[in-house]
Design a protein around this ligand. Structure first.
Ligand code: NAI
Length: 380
């Protein structure tokens, strides 16, 4: 099978998320990294591309678009792994050229921009995916399958957390990688919820198969001088009747990554943590608590498809991201071949999920403790 030509924008040397994308896209041999505009400094980006063996290294994403658009063997999918404020214009430009995009989260800086991306993806037929990559974990997909097939009965309650302590030092002024996150000009209306809380909300929706309808948020800046929140507690109501509780923080010292999800239904409860992603806790009503291991027999087809190594060998974050790429490879090939894609692969987060997230971010910023509509205007 022919490889899909892939391009990377951002993810330069020393970046946080670039290496995870390169590992993830490389896992199954479906993609060939043929082009990149890797760094905001043109020469550094070109030089890094040479060191990575990328055939066409560009100094700038616009130059890359011109070089790749309509080219024989040009990129078919680009990943946008640049800072948030650049996502919209880069994603828009590549979609307009008919090139599929996997955009890092948040997809845009506003709900209006996100609506535009959803419409553009529909008009052009180019796929726009958003990297809520943690939903690629095999056991997260198994949780979703268990909920969908009714193992838990009606879901009553979902409790999601994404709380870490990496910004507790309050060294924003000296630390450029922290500073922009709390600066409204660069981060938008929300810091910690937009950066991390949104992963927890997306995962909760993905697993329970319900979308958030209303929310009430209590946002605070624990570190003096921060304009945007570094901690938020958000109450949620989903369209299928579930109640949600979400805590996100960047001052929770002692917590590392801190993404966890618990789902409580009428017939059982599930608990999963990103830092131990190969085990899922299952507590059936009236039964005994058991540990479901990734890779063991009898799991759902969705979990089996998302597993790469045998039981007992730990899989981690780049492999979860790899499942988003595997889904995209199937989606891109199915379109090219004019066939219906494998439904088990149709689990990657889409532009509409990016749009729902932007609406939730706006609602969290607006709430001030009061219940507000969390849906985008076009989906009310
Ligand atoms: P970073 O600051 O570590 O790296 C950003 C990279 O983009 C740098 O190499 C920089 O030179 C390059 N860059 C900046 N502007 C550019 C431009 N105009 N053209 C080409 N390259 C450019 O940032 P980090 O932490 O890697 O985050 C990047 C994006 O990924 C952010 O939107 C962030 O929210 C997202 N992210 C997502 C995660 C996830 O779990 N899905 C985890 C971490 C980050």
């Amino acid at each position: 099978m022919r490889k899909i030509n892939w391009g990377l924008i951002g993810g330069g040397e020393g970046s946080q998320i670039g290496p995870a994308h390169r590992l993830a896209a490389g896992l199954d041999g479906a993609f060939d990294l043929v082009a990149g505009a890797l760094d905001h400094r043109a020469e550094a980006g070109r030089a890094y591309a040479v060191r990575l063996g990328i055939a066409r290294g560009y100094g700038d994403w616009r130059e890359m678009l011109e070089g790749e658009r309509g080219r024989q063997g040009g990129v078919q999918l680009v990943t946008v792994a640049t800072p948030n404020a650049t996502h919209f214009e880069i994603t828009k430009a590549f979609l307009q050229a008919g090139i599929h995009v996997l955009c890092e989260k948040p997809m845009t800086m506003s709900v209006a921009e996100a609506e535009e991306i959803v419409a553009l993806s529909r008009e052009t037929g180019a796929i726009c995916a958003v990297n809520y990559g943690y939903t690629g974990y095999a056991l997260v997909r198994h949780m979703r399958a268990m909920v969908a097939r009714g193992d838990l009965g009606r879901v009553r309650l979902v409790v999601a957390e994404f709380a870490h302590g990496h910004h507790a030092g309050g060294d924003d002024a000296e630390n450029p990688r922290v500073r922009w996150r709390y600066d409204p000009a660069q981060a938008g209306v929300s810091a910690q919820f937009a950066d991390c809380g949104i992963h927890a909300l997306h995962m909760a929706s993905f697993v329970i198969g319900q979308e958030v309808k209303r929310l009430a948020a209590d946002c605070v800046s624990c570190v003096e001088g921060r304009v945007l929140e570094d901690d938020a507690q958000v109450n949620l109501r989903f369209d299928g009747g579930a109640v949600g509780r979400l805590w996100t923080s960047s001052v929770a010292l002692g917590r590392q990554h801190g993404l966890t999800l618990q789902v409580f239904g009428e017939k059982g409860g599930l608990a999963w943590a990103q830092e131990q992603p190969n085990q899922l806790m299952w507590m059936p009503l009236g039964g005994r608590k058991t540990v479901i291991e990734r890779g063991e027999g009898g799991l759902s087809p969705e979990a089996d498809r998302a597993s790469r190594v045998t039981v007992g060998h730990a899989e981690g974050m780049p492999l979860a991201f790899g499942n988003i790429y595997a889904d995209l490879a199937e989606a891109i090939r199915a379109r090219a071949e004019g066939r219906v894609m494998d439904p088990a692969a149709d689990l990657y987060p889409k532009a509409v999920d990016g749009l729902r997230s932007m609406a939730a971010i706006a609602a969290v910023a607006e709430s001030g403790g009061v219940w507000v509509d969390a849906r985008p205007p076009s989906l009310r």
